[in-house]
Design a protein around this ligand. Structure first.
Ligand code: 5HM
Length: 342
């Protein structure tokens, strides 16, 4: 028998999320207090998700902000560090910016997708290596930089140390190494973003999506979130609980760079409230359905941010069922029925 070193494995992140929260809150090894945060900590937690597309938890007590998660993944992919874009989707991000304009540690995109001193993006170098030597063990995307600790009172030090692709038997696996992860909040967006980037890489390489593995040295739940975590676990432990199940959308194999460019142009106009979309105007774009869904989400969010009426029923109707579930639960008081009932 081989030693059982395979990490905790489930097919979806929904199940893993609940298991990690349960383990961290009921079997914590340490009570820690660092930089004003008290937390319950479990060290060296690893898990694997066999279907990295199944990357969203569907919990009524904590409906994921799918618009933010997609925006963050695109912000990374665009190699950006500006608060302008990410702060529109998550105003709280401003707390992590030393100058109120840009993010440093959290802006993983600048490390992965911005050209380096030689004008080459780390992302492209790694994908080229995988093309040239598929069995390579060197396809590492470095994120944490030692200089980050040299900045006095740095509010934003990268929590992800690195991520590594393994292309094995035609499947692209990704392993992510984190120094620390907030199991309640941060882990949801980190797993979302990394599995999204993994799918993007698989599309660019024209290979199948493999599994996703997450290794965390300090997995923790902050004391201020403990009550919410208990409520969340109670939701899933209720008798007769059935996990909402949705088939995750599949990113199409296309020229991802070209598509991203177009999506980001639309995103910018919507963020500035310079355009308004309808299902028809989105359908009239040249984008594949997967990316049209992203525009619909950005349009829904534009309506939430810039208007005081309910999100258009017409738009909700054409949203992917999983996205629709999340939007309906996240912004309950902005849904058409609510407006009709009041
Ligand atoms: O004091 P420290 O730099 O470790 O605080 C950062 C907090 O944000 C930790 O709770 C860390 O786990 C969380 N975090 C996360 O979960 C931060 C980032 C930003 O890189 C992240 N995930 N991606």
């Amino acid at each position: 028998m081989p030693p059982t070193l395979t990490p905790w494995t489930t097919s979806s992140f929904h199940d893993t999320y609940l298991e990690v929260l349960h383990a961290t809150t009921t079997s914590a090894e340490y009570d820690t207090s660092s930089r004003g945060n008290d937390s319950a900590e479990l060290t060296n937690v690893s898990f694997r998700i066999t279907d990295p597309r199944d990357r969203l938890p569907f919990l009524k007590r904590r409906p994921v902000n799918i618009v933010y998660n997609i925006a963050e993944a695109l912000w990374y992919a665009a190699g950006r560090d500006d608060l302008d874009m990410i702060g529109y989707y998550a105003p709280g991000m401003g707390n992590y910016s030393a100058d109120g304009k840009a993010l440093t540690g959290t802006a993983y995109g600048t490390k992965l997708f911005a050209p380096d001193g030689q004008g080459v993006r780390q992302w492209d170098r790694v994908l080229d290596l995988l093309r040239a030597d598929p069995d390579t063990k060197r396809a590492v995307l470095g994120i944490y930089r030692p200089e980050e600790l040299a900045v006095e009172n740095n509010p934003d030090v990268s929590c992800t140390v690195a991520a590594q692709f393994l292309l094995r038997e035609g499947q692209l696996h990704l392993t992510c190494y984190m120094r620390g992860n907030d199991a309640y909040m941060g882990m949801v967006s980190d797993v979302f973003a990394f599995t999204f980037l993994q799918e993007m890489a698989a599309c660019q390489l024209g290979v199948e999506l493999g599994h996703y593995t997450h290794h965390v040295a300090s997995m923790h739940v902050n004391t201020r979130d403990a009550k919410n975590v208990r409520r969340l676990l109670n939701e899933a432990n209720q008798e007769g609980y059935v996990r909402p199940a949705f088939t995750p959308p599949v990113m199409p194999t296309a020229d991802v760079t070209l598509v991203l460019d177009t999506v980001l142009k639309h995103e910018e106009l919507l963020r500035a409230n310079q355009v308004q979309h309808t299902p028809d105007s989105v359908a009239a774009t040249s984008l594949p359905e997967y990316w049209r869904q992203v525009l619909l989400l950005f349009e829904a969010y534009r309506q939430i941010k810039y208007t005081d009426h309910a999100v258009s029923a017409e738009l909700l109707d054409v949203l992917d069922p999983g996205y629709q579930w999340l939007v309906r639960h996240r912004w309950k008081n902005r849904m058409p029925q609510f407006e009709a009932n009041t």
